[in-house]
Ligand binder design. Structure first.
Ligand code: A3P
Length: 293
């Protein structure tokens, strides 16, 4: 099979983007959120699928296996900004979603989020992941996904990551921008991948209290058990095996699911350079990440 041409990264209002995320821009900006919508926001590879599946199970897990065993998660939790015909367009999928509430996913930096989400006071769940593991995961994702720009080798990729030359822009701007939003917008739950790895049950409790849900202890255990890395890796509805731009023999979508895999990728010199640069970019002492647990 002929290799598909990779999309080119370009500057879009100061943020790195590729065409499939800007093609539908007017419809994205004019998207009509409903008051009970839940927006799941993340930087790419921060654990979006994991938190989306947990919310999907919390809201719809008790309704029988129907959707969860036959409709891939990416159709159940539409990706707002995606526009790559013939695949369904994110905004159309969201408009037609039969569930209430609608769970909607986005990787947009906060300044690009359609204003109706704020006007409707929608609940927002933001999940962040430490920069080093996020970068490693993103590198492998770009290697396996021909729908993303060519990543180059690891050292080139890491420099681009530090310079913010990435699809959806700079990790540093993303996590900080959403953190700042949380300070002024109260319907907001900011969570961390590392916390979810450390104690998934505690994080499910926190999510439930934010969402106003009160499932039984057994239901919460069921959610936790269904959303383990191993189960999601086996599950065709969550492992992205249905997306043909992803070559899972290069690197599986459900790759490692660990905190600290960066240590297997960063050289000592890269780590020192990264830490030095990080200090300059991450000045807010309240926003702290863990690089091992
Ligand atoms: P790795 O590449 O480090 O393994 P996203 O969904 O935002 O694309 O993020 C994908 C990352 O989340 C991948 O990280 C994937 O393995 C990890 N992930 C997905 N589900 C997970 C789970 N149940 N437990 C731990 N990590 C998970």
């Amino acid at each position: 099979m002929e290799a598909r041409p990779r999309p080119e990264l370009f500057d879009f209002h100061g943020v790195g983007m590729i065409k499939k995320f800007t093609e539908n821009w007017d419809n994205i900006q004019n998207f009509k959120a409903r008051a009970d919508d839940i927006l799941i926001a993340t930087y790419t590879k921060a654990g979006t699928t994991w938190v989306s599946y947990i919310l999907d199970l919390l809201y719809f897990g008790h309704m029988g296996p129907d959707g969860q065993t036959s409709i891939p998660l990416h159709d159940r939790v539409p990706f707002l900004e995606i526009c790559k015909p013939p695949l369904p367009i994110g905004t159309d999928l969201a408009d037609k979603l039969p569930t209430t509430p609608r769970l909607i996913k986005t990787h947009l930096p906060v300044q690009f989020v359609p204003k109706s989400f704020w006007e409707q006071r929608c609940r927002v769940v933001y999940m962040a992941r430490n920069a080093k593991d996020n970068a490693v995961s993103y590198f492998h994702f770009q290697r396996m996904n021909s729908g993303m720009p060519e990543p180059g080798d690891w050292s080139t990729f890491l420099l681009n990551f530090m310079e913010g030359k990435m699809v959806f822009g700079s990790w540093y701007d993303h996590v900080n921008g959403w953190w700042e939003k949380k300070q002024i917008y109260s319907n907001f739950h900011y969570m961390f991948y590392e916390d979810l790895i450390e104690d998934c049950r505690r994080e499910i409790d926190r999510l439930c209290s934010f969402l106003g849900l009160s499932p039984s202890a057994e239901e919460k255990e069921r959610v936790k058990a269904s959303a383990t890395f191993d189960n999601m890796k086996q599950n065709k509805m969550t492992n992205y095996s249905t997306i043909d731009t992803m070559n899972q023999t290069i690197s599986p979508f459900m790759r490692k699911g660990k905190v600290g895999d960066w240590k297997n990728h960063f050289t000592v010199a890269q780590n020192e350079q990264f830490d030095e640069d990080y200090k300059q970019k991450m000045k807010n002492p309240d926003l702290k990440f863990r690089y091992e647990i």
